[in-house]
Design a protein around this ligand. Structure first.
Ligand SMILES: Cc1ccc(-c2noc([C@H]3C[C@@H](O)CN3)n2)cc1F
Length: 325
């Protein structure tokens, strides 16, 4: 089948309506993790606040997974944990009839205050699913055999709503060719080689051999520290600010275009300098959308890059592709 879910954009995440046991929640689609978890009525009312909370007792199709648990930590240190069951999960039009659904009994404060999402839907590989005693399939892995094509696409926008589609590649959504690279899923991510970058149209080889992941759940573009340093060396007045947590510069500064290689093919995905500023932090100072990854070895290509392109995640041949739009 072919489905589409239109995420509501928020300053740092793309939310899509998901039906679980007939209850609709807005979930943050995250290709960098593999847990589908929801705010639940097991949480305290102060934690639930304005969030939609899933109530298993009101679902006629809910099935407990006795003794199972989960616990996850995200890149920013936020986290959640709880118990597990199975239910019917429907996104746009694709239905997983017995999808593992992780019930939050604890969530960190940043999830309580992020009133836009009622949980996350992981689109990474189930190798990193945190359910004990046995990791469970992601929604995509559950529906994959039933899809016309074993793919999902992400068409993220800056301010307008973006779109995730499962089972087809809408070729009217992009122009030119799709630049496809093989993915190495052994770490559980949509991971590929990326050893070159460009600043202001000039291409450089990245000394520290590096890989990158396509991560729709990360807002920024986190590159090797030496690459971030080389980029901001070309932004007048920029500095690495501990208080801001990264590189900042005068909002009036001229920011060069920045590009990163997708796979070893040679294609450099470029972001116009005018789209690189992520936020104003006050006093005419701006926080850059390109930042270092803190020496993690893996670069994290988040929304700052992905929203410039149409992205195709292929679970059949394990590849990642992007095209201009
Ligand atoms: C409050 C909140 C915090 C973090 C995240 C979050 N979602 O995806 C990710 C990235 C980082 C990596 O962990 C996997 N993908 N981070 C979402 C939130 F709503």
């Amino acid at each position: 089948g072919e489905v589409s879910a239109t995420p509501e954009p928020n300053e740092s995440e793309y939310l899509s309506p998901v039906s679980i046991g007939g209850q609709t929640l807005n979930l943050d689609f995250d290709t960098g993790s593999a847990d589908l978890w929801v705010f639940s009525t097991s949480l305290s009312s102060s934690s639930i606040g304005q969030h939609a909370a899933f109530d298993p007792s009101k679902s006629s199709t809910w099935e407990d997974y006795p003794g199972a648990s989960w616990q996850i930590m995200y890149g920013d240190g936020s986290g959640a944990s709880g118990t597990v069951g199975f239910d019917v999960v429907e996104v746009g039009g694709a239905t997983a009839s017995r999808q593992a659904v992780e019930i939050a009994t604890k969530v960190s404060s940043s999830f309580v205050s992020d009133v836009n999402n009622d949980g996350l839907l992981g689109l990474g590989f189930s190798k990193i699913n945190t359910i004990e005693p046995q990791p469970q399939k992601t929604f995509f892995e559950s529906v994959l055999p039933k899809l016309d094509q074993p793919v999902f696409t992400a068409d993220l926008e800056d301010d307008a709503a973006g779109t995730y589609e499962f089972g087809r590649v809408d070729t009217t959504k992009y122009t030119g060719m799709l630049h496809v690279t093989p993915v190495d899923s052994s770490n559980g991510f949509w991971e590929f080689a990326s050893t070159a970058y460009s600043i202001g149209g000039t291409t450089y080889q990245n000394s520290g051999a590096s890989t990158a992941i396509a991560d729709t759940g990360t807002s920024l573009l986190l590159v090797d520290d030496n690459v971030a340093q080389a980029f901001y060396a070309q932004v007048q007045g920029s500095q690495l600010s501990r208080t801001a947590g990264g590189y900042v510069y005068p909002c009036s500064a001229q920011v060069p275009d920045f590009g990163v290689q997708i796979g070893s093919s040679g294609f450099i995905a470029t972001i116009p300098g005018s789209d690189i500023t992520f936020a104003e932090v006050g006093q005419g100072t701006c926080f850059g959308g390109v930042q270092g990854n803190g020496g993690g070895g893996i670069q994290i290509f988040g929304d700052v890059l992905l929203k410039q392109y149409f992205a195709v995640f292929n679970g059949g041949n394990e590849s990642f592709g992007i095209a201009a739009k």
